[in-house]
Design a protein around this ligand. Structure first.
Ligand code: GRF
Length: 218
């Protein structure tokens, strides 16, 4: 496919969601391509995943900057220099603010391991178990100033089972994340997602239902 959307991915570690996106992009019919992967942590597995896929990588270590603003400027400049049109945060464990958010407004998406607005922040699987919810899951959304808030592009739900531990629940959610993120990126790249105030309106004419309940086995 020509005119694929040029995507930059920002990670902090393992990069399994990055891997799901890289795998989706191997399909020539997929409407996006990953042109740059940036990590704020050096020597992480996600960087090796990108290298194996032949994608250019960079480490921009936030610890080397005086403040958040200069780190974010460097990140933004690097993405711009790589010709990136849309940024995906995928397990990127830093809060973003100010100019970075305005520059990439509605061109910056994130995956969060809960069914937002339930359980923003960290330790979402523990929060879900403590709350006794029977459905948990993940959300892909546009990034806004407030953490884990922003127009929702898609969600996938998984059951919480008797006897689940944080790890078993995290594994089930992660399997859903790996399906949801490539699906949502596809919808965005195809121009099917319209941001209207606090909501994202998704128009799809194909087999993709961004709010489908994904069973662990599917
Ligand atoms: C995922 O659960 C993601 O939703 C959360 O952090 C985890 C990152 O995993 N923000 P990976 O680096 O994509 O494997």
């Amino acid at each position: 496919m020509t005119n694929r959307l040029k995507v930059g991915v920002v990670i902090s570690g393992r990069g399994s969601n990055l891997q799901a996106l890289l795998d989706a992009c191997t399909d020539p019919a997929y409407p996006a391509e990953i042109v740059r992967v940036i990590s704020n942590n050096p020597d992480v597995e996600g960087l090796r995943r990108a290298e194996r896929a032949g994608v250019a990588t960079e480490t921009i270590n936030h610890r080397a900057f005086e403040n958040r603003e200069s780190f974010e400027r460097s990140l933004s400049d690097a993405m711009e220099a790589a010709g990136v049109e849309l940024i995906c945060h995928a397990g990127f464990m830093r809060i973003v603010t100010g100019d970075y958010l305005s520059k990439w407004h509605n061109r910056l998406i994130n995956i969060h391991p809960s069914l937002l607005p339930a359980f923003p922040g960290l330790n979402t699987h523990k929060k879900a178990l403590d709350a006794g919810v029977k459905l948990h899951g993940c959300t892909v959304h546009y990034v806004r100033e407030e953490v884990d808030v922003g127009p929702i592009i898609g969600q996938a739900a998984v059951p919480v089972l008797d006897g689940d531990s944080e790890d078993s629940l995290a594994d089930r959610v992660l399997t859903a994340e790996h399906k949801l993120y490539p699906l949502c990126l596809r919808l965005v790249a195809e121009g099917r997602v319209l941001v209207d105030g606090d909501r994202a309106i998704v128009k799809y004419a194909g087999p993709f239902d961004p709010n489908i309940l994904l069973s662990p086995a599917s």
